[in-house]
Design a binder for this molecule. Structure first.
Ligand code: NAD
Length: 264
């Protein structure tokens, strides 16, 4: 049984049916937190929560699209009705929709903003209101991306939202700190998840080749960083972004750059 450092904590993790969010929810639950696990796919949310319960954690799966403000507000309400309080909110769900700038569709633009920024902002607001009411402090965590640090072709809208989350965290510091709430951000690099591997079958070898540590991240790498920010040990750290990318953003493109073909 892992050390129960999240005992008595109640957490919401969005977009946690699989991938990074699922690993964060799982680790929190196995270390004592009572977890509300959200996913846009209700059946997946319930199955993922059941899997965590089968391992010995306490977890309830709730379906819903976090772009809908009512959904995120209901998550906060549900945490309190099911578990009595809310002390941790992880705005993990994000839409990774990339496309050519010249052809980008307005409906895709608005959808990405609604999920990545709206979903994170209103979850943080609903959670912080509850934490302020409780007077117990709390932890807010946003999920950015290396795309918000280093420009990558065809990621303009996604990148803009991810960078926006960093500034959102910094902006909230002056409003939530008096209530004992910290707000931080993780910027993962390429991470092996069911989605990334399904999209790019050679995902692992490709990213191993360009990542200084010789491999992409796995969800556990991101979850380890997340659990530090969510733990009592990080109480004096707020408004910060931690890049977890095996050194990818610390390096620069080499001569066989991706731009060469596009200038023809
Ligand atoms: N995987 C990576 O390489 C990577 C890299 C950098 C940043 N990120 C960020 O990390 C987060 C998690 O990434 P991932 O690859 O594990 O996610 P993912 O795309 O695999 O999605 C994880 C889960 O979120 C759910 N989801 C999608 N949209 C939702 C919505 N609107 N409301 C509720 N649930 C929703 C999906 O159904 C899925 O089960 C995202 O914010 C992503 O932008 C991922």
């Amino acid at each position: 049984m892992p050390e129960q450092i999240f005992k008595d904590q109640v957490a919401i993790v969005t977009g946690a049916g699989e991938g990074i969010g699922h690993e964060i929810a799982r680790r929190l639950a196995l270390q004592g937190a009572l977890v509300l696990l959200n996913d846009i796919k209700p059946t997946l949310a319930k199955q993922a929560a059941q899997d965590i319960c089968d391992e010995g954690g306490t977890c309830v799966g709730v379906g819903g699209d976090i772009a809908d403000v009512k959904v995120v507000r209901d998550l906060a309400t549900r945490a309190v009705s099911d578990f009595g309080r809310l002390t941790i909110a992880v705005a993990n769900a994000g839409l990774s929709l990339w496309d050519d700038f010249f052809d980008f569709k307005p409906e895709d633009f608005h959808r990405i903003l609604a999920v990545n920024l709206g979903g994170s902002f209103f979850l943080a607001q609903a959670a912080a209101r509850q934490m302020r009411r409780q007077g117990t402090g709390g932890r807010l965590l946003f999920m950015s991306s290396v795309a918000g640090i280093q420009a990558i072709a065809e990621s303009s809208v996604y990148a803009m939202t991810k960078k926006g989350l960093e500034m959102l965290a910094r902006s909230l510091v002056s409003e939530v700190s008096a209530h004992g709430i910290t707000v931080n951000v993780i910027a993962p690099g390429a991470t092996v998840t069911p989605r990334t591997v399904a999209t790019v079958p050679d995902y692992e070898p490709i990213w191993s080749h360009v990542t200084p540590t010789g491999r992409p991240a796995y969800p556990i790498d991101i979850a380890n960083a997340a659990l530090f920010f969510l733990s009592p040990a990080s109480g004096h750290i707020t408004g910060q972004t931690l890049i977890v990318d095996g050194g990818w953003t610390a390096t620069s493109p080499e001569p066989q750059s991706q731009f060469a073909d596009k200038t023809k």
